[in-house]
Design a protein around this ligand. Structure first.
Ligand SMILES: Cc1cc2nc3c(=O)[nH]c(=O)nc-3n(C[C@H](O)[C@H](O)[C@H](O)COP(=O)(O)O)c2cc1C
Length: 383
């Protein structure tokens, strides 16, 4: 059993991740855009929502289930798409995350920028409910190929990310000399030598890069920011979203919505799920914490439309607060990435387990045995 398995909370996994990863890789997970105000506030804002509870309720049986992109999820949270998991665990990457999700029965999302082939992720975790996240290439032929590849690999939901017309300005990355694949040069050598375990893993496994699309420019898609800025289509609009929803023809989420008007547009253009997100504070800085937006968006959506929320989730209580405000489900990003870096599959499993225990304990202490009955009547905003 590795150290990750005995982590008490997500912050412990973060500490282990920091000890395992070269600084540039840790900061790529941990950091946000510009002054990192969104990043910090997304976590801190949860504390302003204060809880009351129902006393003397029988909580011997709990039902923590919800649905995500049309499928039952035994827990209120699932795996958010994040780029190139092999950066954080060069040997296993996406396989470790998908396997841990499969064991917990929760849904997994692969990023456009995944570092393992979609069909190989399927072989590694054939029973995990899985969704594909898409950034849209200028060349729509590549988009079609990509969607076909995902369908063939058994992905049942599609997530269109709309908060990334260009990459946010994540200042830690240029300061540290971060790139994909990580390069060892004058700027990074001391960071990498300080983490010999990681260096060994990286040196004995294939080059870390996005592997699921051809690069129409002919060059290598070897830098995440460059890929986003050069390959993806800044002219993408709602007509483009509708085209994608039709091409996909199944459960379709629009991720990175920040207003009720756009939530309505997403549904009008074919979305079955609206996903409120500020990309974990990695895009525009000083954006509104998602928890504050939920009721006004929920109010304009029909009840069959799912509302997904993410950002800043480090505790099960954060998940319960998002659900209480009106989210159908919650996506987790850094919480599992710290686990992945700390201990591969075991670390991701630990992150999921910590949040699962938190959620179950939270519902018991709130006196709300069924997640579906949780609403914001037990919550007040601190003045
Ligand atoms: C390292 C990292 C890479 C990410 N890559 C992607 C991506 O490729 N596509 C995407 O839609 N979102 C991406 N995200 C955003 C997450 O899906 C999610 O919205 C965010 O991490 C939620 O905030 P949290 O990390 O505080 O939970 C990334 C986030 C992180 C931390």
């Amino acid at each position: 059993m590795g150290k990750a398995a005995s982590a008490i909370n997500i912050d412990d996994l973060r500490t282990l991740a920091k000890a395992r990863l070269p600084r540039m890789i840790f900061d790529y997970i941990d950091g946000g855009a510009e002054d990192e105000i969104t990043l910090r506030r997304s976590v801190d804002r949860f504390d302003d929502y204060e809880l009351q509870w129902n006393s003397l309720v029988d909580v011997t049986k709990l039902d923590t289930s919800t649905r995500v992109l049309g499928r039952k999820n035994p827990l209120p949270f699932f795996i958010s798409p994040t780029a190139s998991s092999r950066l954080f665990h060069p040997k296993e990457g996406e396989f470790a995350v998908a396997r841990a999700a499969q064991k917990a029965g929760i849904a997994y999302s692969a990023s456009t920028l995944a570092s393992q082939k979609l069909e190989d992720i399927t072989s590694a975790a054939p029973d995990v409910p899985r969704f594909i996240q898409v950034y849209v290439w200028k060349d729509r032929g590549i988009v079609k190929e990509f969607l076909d590849q995902a369908k063939a690999a058994g992905f049942t939901g599609c997530i269109l990310t709309v908060d990334t017309a260009v990459a946010g300005y994540r200042e830690r990355d240029p300061r540290n000399g971060f790139s994909v694949p990580p390069k060892i040069n004058a700027q990074t050598v001391s960071q990498v030598l300080a983490r010999p375990g990681y260096l060994m893993d990286m040196a004995t496994s294939p080059k870390i890069r996005p592997v699921n699309f051809r690069n129409p420019g002919g060059g290598s898609a070897n830098d995440v920011m460059g890929t986003i800025n050069n390959l993806f289509d800044r002219s993408m609009d709602w007509k483009g979203a509708e085209w994608m929803a039709q091409e996909w023809g199944g459960a379709f989420a629009v991720k990175g919505i920040a207003t009720k008007e756009d939530a309505i547009r997403a549904v009008d253009h074919g979305a079955s799920a609206v996903w409120l997100s500020n990309h974990g504070g990695r895009q525009i800085d000083t954006s509104v914490p998602v928890i504050d937006l939920i009721p006004e968006v929920r109010n304009v959506l029909d009840s069959h439309i799912e509302l997904i929320a993410d950002g800043g989730v480090r505790r099960g209580s954060h998940i319960l607060k998002l659900i209480a405000r009106g989210a159908t489900s919650v996506a987790i990003g850094r919480a599992y990435l710290y686990g992945l870096a700390a201990g591969g599959e075991e670390g991701v499993a630990r992150a999921i387990r910590i949040l699962k225990d938190d959620v179950e304990r939270g519902l018991s202490l709130l006196g709300v045995p069924r997640l579906a009955d949780l609403d914001d009547s037990l919550m007040r905003v601190r003045r």
